[in-house]
Ligand binder design. Sequence first.
Ligand code: SAM
Length: 383
Amino acid sequence: MTRQAAHPMLAVPDHDEAARDDYSSTFRHYVLSTLTPGNRVVHDAEVVPAFTRAKGRAPATRQELRQAMERHPYHQMWGSLLRVSQEIMWDGLEGSVHRQLPKLIARAQVKRPVGSLYLDGSFVLPRYLAAVDHHCMPGSYSAEVAEGDVRAGAIYDRGVYIYHHGARGSLHDANGRMLAAFLNGTYPGFAPRRILDMGCSVGHSTVGLAKHFPKAEVHAIDVGAAMLRYAHGRAEALGVPVHFAQANAERTHYADASFDLVVSSNLFHETARPALANILCETKRLLRPGGIMVHMEVPYRYKDLPLLEQVLRGWQTFYNAEPFWDAICSIDVADAAKRAGLVDVRSGYVRRSPDPVKEPRTFTDQWGTGPDFRFIVTARSSA
Ligand SMILES: C[S@@+](CC[C@H](N)C(=O)[O-])C[C@H]1O[C@@H](n2cnc3c(N)ncnc32)[C@H](O)[C@@H]1O
């Protein structure tokens, strides 16, 4: 695994912590790449034949196949190891971040910022975020443990890098570069003056996108104060001006028609169904006439996936504290965008781009579930 870029906000691991990070990342990678295919073997050789013998037909729904797979010891072992890899990762990160927390809190207090940070003291966390520690991250996106806290951001920044085995670049900004590549390829010449990124976390994709539109005023929202303080400190340390604010993407404080471009990356799968509809309505409200929306998500659209693939991807829903994963992978997001009043709605798969300028992107006829693919729904606000 390549090393994560050590920007000044990063909780840099010491020797033993780095070894532990490498272990949990390699462990997870091993389970995913080497053990996952074994599920197909037991599915074909044992699970489906046994189900067919008992019922006189093959499993017809995701639920039926999931329950049948869950009775097989190989699938149980695979799921247990995947879950353990996740727990080991967060466990190691907690200690490392706590050791450095006072220093990180001090670093987040930027003296002469080029961007800004707005925290809302009366912010109410939606229940779909308050009720669960997403992907088993202790405290999830919004816990506060100290004055001026940045813990959630510090844990998340290192955690997602380990989780993805460094596959999204040393600054974990591949999704931001991909949004830029999609805009370059699909709306050539579009030069937004004001951009909003919804559900920015620590700003991985925000900063990646902002670098491609240096003349734009870039805003980014999320729910957790500790996440946003860290995001602000990180963007400042990287010299990228971003205006961060604590706001619910379902109803923000910005005036109507404030933005030329509203984006998100991996926001939808953390939200409940009614929230998704609200976020799309809010997107429409915030866009100037003719403005563009690009919401990017994980590339698992169940309508395109065989049942076994749905079960393996949907494992997150039941065993990795991602309660909305199955629902969001099943929803017709383009239809939801049309119902929100957006126009020119298009959706589909997009391939990752190594360089947004040299290799712009639009929808591809090919699709896949690997890290090279994302799902995008794009639309305009009527002119
Ligand atoms: C998986 S992270 C996405 C990270 C980031 N966009 C990226 O691509 O690197 C999802 C983020 O969405 C945020 N989120 C979920 N629901 C939200 C809402 N209603 N309003 C604002 N942020 C929300 C979560 O707090 C979390 O930080």
